[in-house]
Design a protein around this ligand. Structure first.
Ligand code: IDP
Ligand code: MG
Length: 156
């Protein structure tokens, strides 16, 4: 099982797309195990995006991410990090494939609706930045045995 950090960015919240985006992850069978509506501080945005410091789009990115509330999610499943990244689609809305969140809901290359951790290391770091201890839940899901084949003892 992996848990990944997803952020529905200010454009997704302002455009009223939160429910439709969350539904895609729920429909896939992934678990929403943490959720927090918040306004990201300047400090948190620069820590979160530290690898992009110095890039031409960095100031605009931090300004955008702190401009209006976001919905931060923790999403869990087998291979959740990669599954969420492929459901998000390519970085630029203009290039993202149809069928992906960025491909279906946006055209902009900077207002691209959603962030998702890109590795296990990033997920651990980013979950720690946005969620305090105890805020990410362990859910004993009644439907787990229909979402996954549990006959071997591990979810397949
Ligand atoms: P990702 O979100 O698909 O992982 P990254 O390359 O990590 O993409 O970039 C982080 C974020 O920075 C993007 O989601 C997007 O909001 C913004 N960004 C990246 N490249 C550009 C650009 O060339 N112009 C404007 N914004 C950009
Ligand atoms: Mg990235």
């Amino acid at each position: 099982m992996e848990t990944t950090l997803i952020i529905l960015k200010p454009d997704a919240v302002q455009r009223g797309l939160m429910g439709r985006i969350i539904s895609r992850f729920e429909d896939k069978g992934l678990e929403i195990c943490g959720a927090k509506l918040m306004t990201i501080s300047q400090d948190l945005a620069s820590t979160h995006y530290k690898d992009h410091q110095g890039k031409p789009f960095y100031d605009g990115l931090v300004g955008f991410m702190t401009s209006s509330p976001v919905l931060v999610l923790a999403i869990r499943g087998v291979g959740a990090i990669g599954i969420c990244r492929s459901m998000m689609g390519a970085t630029f809305g203009s290039k993202a494939d149809s069928g992906t969140i960025r491909g279906d809901f946006g055209v902009s290359n900077s207002f691209n609706l959603i962030h998702g951790s890109d590795s296990a290391e990033a997920a651990e770091r980013e979950l720690g930045l946005f969620f305090n201890a105890g805020e990410v839940q362990t859910i004993d899901r009644a439907i787990q045995g229909w979402v996954y084949d549990l006959s071997s003892g591990t979810p397949e």
